[in-house]
Write a protein that binds this ligand. Structure first.
Ligand code: FES
Length: 214
Protein backbone atom coordinates (compact mmCIF):
# COMPACT_ATOMS: atom_id res chain seq x y z
CA UNK A 1 0.00 0.00 0.00
CA UNK A 2 1.31 3.45 -0.90
CA UNK A 3 1.99 5.94 1.85
CA UNK A 4 0.18 9.30 1.80
CA UNK A 5 3.44 10.89 0.58
CA UNK A 6 3.57 8.41 -2.31
CA UNK A 7 0.04 9.39 -3.32
CA UNK A 8 1.02 13.08 -3.40
CA UNK A 9 4.31 12.25 -5.19
CA UNK A 10 6.31 13.74 -2.33
CA UNK A 11 9.41 12.89 -0.33
CA UNK A 12 8.54 11.94 3.26
CA UNK A 13 10.48 14.94 4.58
CA UNK A 14 8.50 17.49 2.55
CA UNK A 15 7.56 20.60 4.52
CA UNK A 16 4.03 21.98 4.96
CA UNK A 17 4.24 24.33 1.97
CA UNK A 18 5.48 21.54 -0.31
CA UNK A 19 2.65 19.32 0.91
CA UNK A 20 0.05 21.99 0.15
CA UNK A 21 1.49 22.69 -3.30
CA UNK A 22 1.60 18.96 -4.09
CA UNK A 23 -1.98 18.54 -2.91
CA UNK A 24 -3.17 21.36 -5.17
CA UNK A 25 -1.35 19.85 -8.12
CA UNK A 26 -2.50 16.28 -7.50
CA UNK A 27 -6.11 17.21 -6.75
CA UNK A 28 -6.24 18.85 -10.17
CA UNK A 29 -4.87 15.75 -11.86
CA UNK A 30 -7.25 13.49 -9.99
CA UNK A 31 -10.41 15.54 -10.53
CA UNK A 32 -13.01 13.78 -12.73
CA UNK A 33 -13.28 16.92 -14.90
CA UNK A 34 -9.57 16.67 -15.67
CA UNK A 35 -9.26 13.03 -16.65
CA UNK A 36 -9.12 11.59 -13.14
CA UNK A 37 -11.82 9.79 -11.23
CA UNK A 38 -13.80 10.30 -8.07
CA UNK A 39 -11.96 7.38 -6.42
CA UNK A 40 -8.55 8.89 -7.22
CA UNK A 41 -9.75 12.31 -6.10
CA UNK A 42 -10.86 10.83 -2.75
CA UNK A 43 -7.52 9.04 -2.41
CA UNK A 44 -5.54 12.26 -2.93
CA UNK A 45 -7.74 14.10 -0.45
CA UNK A 46 -7.40 11.30 2.11
CA UNK A 47 -3.60 11.36 1.70
CA UNK A 48 -3.56 15.12 2.32
CA UNK A 49 -5.73 14.79 5.41
CA UNK A 50 -3.53 11.94 6.69
CA UNK A 51 -0.35 14.00 6.33
CA UNK A 52 -1.97 16.96 8.06
CA UNK A 53 -3.00 14.64 10.90
CA UNK A 54 0.51 13.11 11.13
CA UNK A 55 -0.67 9.68 9.98
CA UNK A 56 2.08 9.06 7.47
CA UNK A 57 2.45 5.27 7.50
CA UNK A 58 0.45 3.30 4.91
CA UNK A 59 -1.31 1.18 7.53
CA UNK A 60 -2.37 4.23 9.52
CA UNK A 61 -4.66 5.67 6.87
CA UNK A 62 -7.12 3.15 5.47
CA UNK A 63 -8.88 4.87 2.61
CA UNK A 64 -12.27 6.08 3.85
CA UNK A 65 -15.46 4.78 2.29
CA UNK A 66 -17.33 7.83 3.45
CA UNK A 67 -16.05 11.34 3.67
CA UNK A 68 -14.21 12.22 6.83
CA UNK A 69 -13.53 15.93 6.88
CA UNK A 70 -11.21 17.38 9.47
CA UNK A 71 -12.98 18.50 12.60
CA UNK A 72 -14.16 22.02 11.86
CA UNK A 73 -13.75 24.86 14.28
CA UNK A 74 -17.14 26.18 15.32
CA UNK A 75 -16.03 29.72 14.56
CA UNK A 76 -15.03 28.93 10.95
CA UNK A 77 -17.42 30.30 8.31
CA UNK A 78 -20.35 27.99 7.61
CA UNK A 79 -21.33 27.48 3.98
CA UNK A 80 -24.70 26.13 2.90
CA UNK A 81 -24.39 24.91 -0.68
CA UNK A 82 -26.75 23.84 -3.44
CA UNK A 83 -26.03 22.43 -6.90
CA UNK A 84 -27.38 24.57 -9.75
CA UNK A 85 -28.54 21.44 -11.56
CA UNK A 86 -31.06 20.88 -8.77
CA UNK A 87 -32.67 24.23 -9.64
CA UNK A 88 -33.11 23.18 -13.25
CA UNK A 89 -34.48 19.79 -12.25
CA UNK A 90 -37.06 21.33 -9.92
CA UNK A 91 -37.99 24.48 -11.81
CA UNK A 92 -36.49 26.67 -9.09
CA UNK A 93 -34.82 30.05 -9.76
CA UNK A 94 -31.74 31.66 -8.27
CA UNK A 95 -33.95 34.57 -7.30
CA UNK A 96 -36.44 32.44 -5.33
CA UNK A 97 -36.49 33.92 -1.85
CA UNK A 98 -37.13 30.50 -0.28
CA UNK A 99 -34.61 28.65 -2.44
CA UNK A 100 -32.59 27.17 0.40
CA UNK A 101 -35.69 26.42 2.47
CA UNK A 102 -37.01 24.41 -0.47
CA UNK A 103 -33.65 22.66 -0.80
CA UNK A 104 -33.56 21.82 2.92
CA UNK A 105 -37.02 20.27 2.68
CA UNK A 106 -36.31 18.29 -0.50
CA UNK A 107 -34.28 15.44 1.02
CA UNK A 108 -31.45 16.02 -1.46
CA UNK A 109 -28.25 14.00 -1.76
CA UNK A 110 -25.21 15.35 0.12
CA UNK A 111 -23.49 16.14 -3.17
CA UNK A 112 -26.35 18.45 -4.08
CA UNK A 113 -27.18 20.20 -0.84
CA UNK A 114 -25.64 20.51 2.60
CA UNK A 115 -23.27 22.50 4.77
CA UNK A 116 -19.56 22.60 5.54
CA UNK A 117 -17.18 24.93 7.28
CA UNK A 118 -14.26 26.68 5.58
CA UNK A 119 -10.98 26.67 7.45
CA UNK A 120 -8.93 29.85 7.68
CA UNK A 121 -7.07 30.75 4.45
CA UNK A 122 -8.90 28.10 2.43
CA UNK A 123 -10.79 29.15 -0.66
CA UNK A 124 -14.35 27.90 -1.07
CA UNK A 125 -13.19 25.44 -3.74
CA UNK A 126 -10.42 24.07 -1.51
CA UNK A 127 -12.87 23.66 1.34
CA UNK A 128 -15.35 21.83 -0.89
CA UNK A 129 -12.58 19.49 -2.05
CA UNK A 130 -11.38 18.90 1.48
CA UNK A 131 -14.91 17.74 2.26
CA UNK A 132 -14.76 15.32 -0.66
CA UNK A 133 -16.73 17.24 -3.28
CA UNK A 134 -15.68 17.49 -6.92
CA UNK A 135 -16.89 20.99 -7.76
CA UNK A 136 -16.01 22.21 -11.28
CA UNK A 137 -12.92 24.28 -12.04
CA UNK A 138 -10.32 24.80 -14.75
CA UNK A 139 -7.62 27.43 -14.22
CA UNK A 140 -7.81 27.82 -10.42
CA UNK A 141 -6.57 31.38 -10.90
CA UNK A 142 -9.51 33.69 -11.67
CA UNK A 143 -9.16 33.45 -15.46
CA UNK A 144 -12.30 31.50 -16.39
CA UNK A 145 -15.82 30.96 -15.10
CA UNK A 146 -15.75 27.20 -14.58
CA UNK A 147 -15.71 27.50 -10.80
CA UNK A 148 -18.34 30.24 -10.56
CA UNK A 149 -20.85 30.22 -7.73
CA UNK A 150 -23.86 32.42 -7.07
CA UNK A 151 -23.72 33.88 -3.58
CA UNK A 152 -27.27 34.13 -2.29
CA UNK A 153 -26.38 35.22 1.24
CA UNK A 154 -23.09 36.43 2.77
CA UNK A 155 -20.07 37.04 0.55
CA UNK A 156 -16.82 35.68 -0.83
CA UNK A 157 -13.71 37.73 -1.47
CA UNK A 158 -12.93 38.56 -5.08
CA UNK A 159 -9.35 39.42 -6.13
CA UNK A 160 -8.69 42.58 -8.12
CA UNK A 161 -7.75 40.57 -11.18
CA UNK A 162 -10.51 38.26 -12.40
CA UNK A 163 -12.54 37.50 -15.49
CA UNK A 164 -16.07 38.31 -14.33
CA UNK A 165 -17.91 41.31 -15.83
CA UNK A 166 -19.36 43.78 -13.35
CA UNK A 167 -22.94 42.83 -14.24
CA UNK A 168 -22.17 39.34 -12.94
CA UNK A 169 -20.38 40.43 -9.78
CA UNK A 170 -23.26 42.81 -9.08
CA UNK A 171 -25.58 39.77 -9.17
CA UNK A 172 -23.46 37.95 -6.58
CA UNK A 173 -21.44 35.75 -8.92
CA UNK A 174 -18.05 34.88 -7.43
CA UNK A 175 -15.16 32.52 -8.22
CA UNK A 176 -14.80 29.67 -5.76
CA UNK A 177 -11.15 28.96 -6.70
CA UNK A 178 -9.96 32.34 -5.45
CA UNK A 179 -12.79 33.37 -3.11
CA UNK A 180 -12.52 33.09 0.67
CA UNK A 181 -15.53 33.68 2.92
CA UNK A 182 -15.70 37.21 4.30
CA UNK A 183 -18.89 36.61 6.28
CA UNK A 184 -19.57 34.02 8.98
CA UNK A 185 -22.42 32.41 7.06
CA UNK A 186 -22.89 31.95 3.34
CA UNK A 187 -25.43 30.42 1.05
CA UNK A 188 -24.03 29.57 -2.38
CA UNK A 189 -25.28 27.86 -5.48
CA UNK A 190 -22.33 26.13 -7.11
CA UNK A 191 -22.00 24.79 -10.66
CA UNK A 192 -23.51 27.93 -12.23
CA UNK A 193 -21.00 27.81 -15.10
CA UNK A 194 -23.82 27.31 -17.61
CA UNK A 195 -25.54 30.60 -16.83
CA UNK A 196 -25.75 32.43 -20.20
CA UNK A 197 -23.27 35.20 -19.42
CA UNK A 198 -20.79 32.72 -17.92
CA UNK A 199 -20.93 30.04 -20.56
CA UNK A 200 -18.75 32.01 -22.95
CA UNK A 201 -16.12 32.57 -20.25
CA UNK A 202 -15.66 28.89 -19.59
CA UNK A 203 -12.55 26.97 -20.56
CA UNK A 204 -12.39 23.28 -21.44
CA UNK A 205 -10.59 21.71 -18.46
CA UNK A 206 -8.23 19.39 -20.34
CA UNK A 207 -6.81 21.62 -23.09
CA UNK A 208 -6.39 24.54 -20.71
CA UNK A 209 -4.41 22.37 -18.32
CA UNK A 210 -2.21 21.06 -21.09
CA UNK A 211 -1.58 24.55 -22.42
CA UNK A 212 -0.80 26.00 -19.00
CA UNK A 213 1.61 23.15 -18.24
CA UNK A 214 3.68 23.86 -21.37
S1 FES B 1 -11.24 27.80 -12.06
FE1 FES B 1 -10.90 29.40 -13.46
S2 FES B 1 -11.52 31.15 -12.35
FE2 FES B 1 -11.76 29.54 -10.93
Amino acid sequence: MDSPFDVLHLDPDADDEAVKQAYRRRVKEAHPDHGGSKAEFQRVRAAYEAIKAGETLPESWPEPEVEQATEPEDQDPLVEYLDYEVLADNGWELTDEDLFEKAAAANLDGEDYGQFRVEERDTLLEAAEEHGFTWPFSCRGGACANCAVAVVEGDLSLPVSHVLPSEMTDRGIRLSCVGEPITDDLKVVYNVKHLPALDELRLPPGPYEWASDD
